[in-house]
Write a protein that binds this ligand. Sequence first.
Ligand SMILES: Nc1ncnc2c1ncn2[C@@H]1O[C@H](COP(=O)(O)OP(=O)(O)OP(=O)(O)O)[C@@H](O)[C@H]1O
Ligand SMILES: [Mg+2]
Length: 255
Amino acid sequence: MRVVAIINQKGGVGKTTTSANLCHAIAESGKKVTVIDLDPQGHLAVSLGIRLQQHGGIDEAMRGEKTIQEQIIQVRHNLQLITSGSRLQEIEQLTGNVSHRGDLLKNALQTGLDDQDFIFIDCPPSSGLLVVNALFACDEILIPMTSDFLALQGLSHLMGTVKRFEKVLKKHYTLWLVISRYTPNRKISKQVLNILLSHFPERVLATAIKETTLLAECPSFGKTILEYSPESRSAKDFRKLANDFLEGKVMYGRK
Ligand SMILES: Nc1ncnc2c1ncn2[C@@H]1O[C@H](COP(=O)(O)OP(=O)(O)OP(=O)(O)O)[C@@H](O)[C@H]1O
Ligand SMILES: [Mg+2]
């Protein structure tokens, strides 16, 4: 089982869009996927058509009040969701020794998901305790990146955090970058992409997800792009991205 955290402390870069659509595409390819909404905003659940604001989710599992099995919602064939729950924000605000609070998620995931091929974790736009929990729990980090200058600044901060965790936890994360809101006709997009390719050789997944109206629309219908517009370019891109991820297909050279 691969545990993958979708992380970027910058807001609005496409973490939740990538979580919903990539997980659905991987599930459609036949793999068993569980996706966890680790963001108190609860946008992943909404994107997948679930509106259960008062329902408990990963919050109760992290507190040890419920098991993971009790919190699972089967949302599509091969795809199960664990919602954030209404009290996840309280965990973000816990104080005290981080090493004692950082493994709540890892512990919650120990049992009950043995039959799954993948666990994905949609992280909030912060670098607080919830993201610390995701870093304790995961082996792989997938970073959605927009192609603008400030996103690059944020990425170097994130990489500093990742390096610190690798040292403290004595582990090595497999890193993936996804170009998530690509606007190919902007000069800056290509420039940022080339900087990413030179700093992260063989880590940028081969398919860039373009900024499109359809992708912006589908969350309001509680549908993924594979349902909302299955023949669209964006749906094809997410299917290709799923394949890239499963086969480790990355971009090479300058664009
Ligand atoms: N490729 C895309 N094309 C068009 N709109 C997109 C695309 N990717 C994301 N969006 C839209 O941009 C907004 C932010 O995306 P999303 O919620 O996925 O980002 P996020 O990183 O999860 O945000 P947050 O940091 O708040 O959790 C949403 O309204 C989403 O529908
Ligand atoms: Mg989000």
